[in-house]
Design a protein around this ligand. Sequence first.
Ligand SMILES: NC(=O)c1ccc[n+]([C@@H]2O[C@H](COP(=O)([O-])OP(=O)(O)OC[C@H]3O[C@@H](n4cnc5c(N)ncnc54)[C@H](O)[C@@H]3O)[C@@H](O)[C@H]2O)c1
Length: 428
Amino acid sequence: MYIPLEKKIKNKSAQVAVIGLGYVGLPLAVELAKAGFHVTGIDTDSDRVHNVKNAIPYILDVDSKDVKRLVKEASLVATTDFRRLGHVDVIIICVPTPLKRKYQPNISYIKQAVTQIKQHLRKGQLVILESTTYPGTTDEVILPMLESTGLKCGIDFFLVFSPERIDPGNEKFPLNKIPKVVGGVTQESAHLFKLLYENIIERVVTVSSPRAAETVKLLENTFRLINIGLVNELAMLCHTMNMDVWEIIDAAKTKPFGFMPFYPGPGVGGHCIPKDPLYLYWKAKLHGFKSRFIKLASDLNSSMPAYVVNRLHALKPLPGAKILVLGVTYKKDVKDLRKSPPLEIIDLLKKNKADVFYADPLIPYLKFGHFNVKATPLTSKALSAMDCAVVVTDHTSFDYDFILKHSKRIFDTRNAYKGNKSDKIIRL
Ligand SMILES: NC(=O)c1ccc[n+]([C@@H]2O[C@H](COP(=O)([O-])OP(=O)(O)OC[C@H]3O[C@@H](n4cnc5c(N)ncnc54)[C@H](O)[C@@H]3O)[C@@H](O)[C@H]2O)c1
């Protein structure tokens, strides 16, 4: 069984299915189709399937012209029908892995996808999990589910874990420039993965097991969480001691070794950094190990929206104050509101009876909880009517000079006004 799949990958007749057409799945499906493989994207969300079929853009990093061409050529097909799994050679799982509640993973989407795969699993298939998850998911959850069909991993089918490291909005490191780590349940599994992905990725790094690969991803995101937590604490410390944290980080980063700059901000958002380390925390706890670093950094970063609101209150008592929140997505230039700290800031401002407005070039309407409003156009009149504008997400397309000129006061949580000495600007 192993040889035929190897041959099919080499001559590109291997057919691929990608389950989950989101930030991870769609770019991957497009790259594989561009490399000459026939790709079927399967999603339970019929809107996403409709969008792919009609090349309607919904993921910033994916060129809709590519999608249009690939769909027209029929090398990329999108469907909600899982029966297609029976016809493909490679199945890649890219479904969400959220939290049930803080510190508790929710791998139900993975289990749903694997339940579907089980029904169609046949000899010779390679199954790849790309969703970020805790160490042991592939070996302890997926492998027994797939082997319950009577088929045996390494003999009948192949199974690997390979974390996705894509960074939405990062033009310097698109998918194909980021080395891919893989851990196979068997060596042949990792070998087949490498053979396939070397068509789209410059470098594949093989580790000893799926568990190691799962932990690699969690280390990377825990590293970020902890370092962001550290500089967030330093920002609070510097404010208390009347120092400029941004100046200190900029000078520290001139050291050519042993230091890597991280920057403070209004909190950590998105579908990865806030929750991935908690997957590791949870699994380690099952083994009787309590990670103090992860908990501390997570709690510290979670406290940042409240810290920002307290600093705003100190600048202008919030009840009745007109506050303009600039940027509501979790990250600069990325249209993604998942776990976005600005939303928590808006919520807290409202709870403190402030009159809250927002502007974001990527989000014309904002609806969450009881907040359901249209973005405020950034006119001189609107800006001058505000008591304070707060830069929460520093989108490139904001006209920062214009905003400064017409605002009474700006609280800058991102150092968007780096080097500007205006006394209207107060930094985090
Ligand atoms: N977004 C990122 O930047 C990023 C980066 C690296 C890793 N990851 C990880 O990749 C995984 C996917 O993240 P994402 O950002 O692409 O999520 P997403 O929400 O953008 O996309 C997931 C897609 O899966 C679909 N889906 C859910 N359950 C399904 C099922 N049972 N069958 C078929 N489709 C299903 C959803 O409808 C959705 O379209 C997560 O584990 C995440 O942690 C994300």
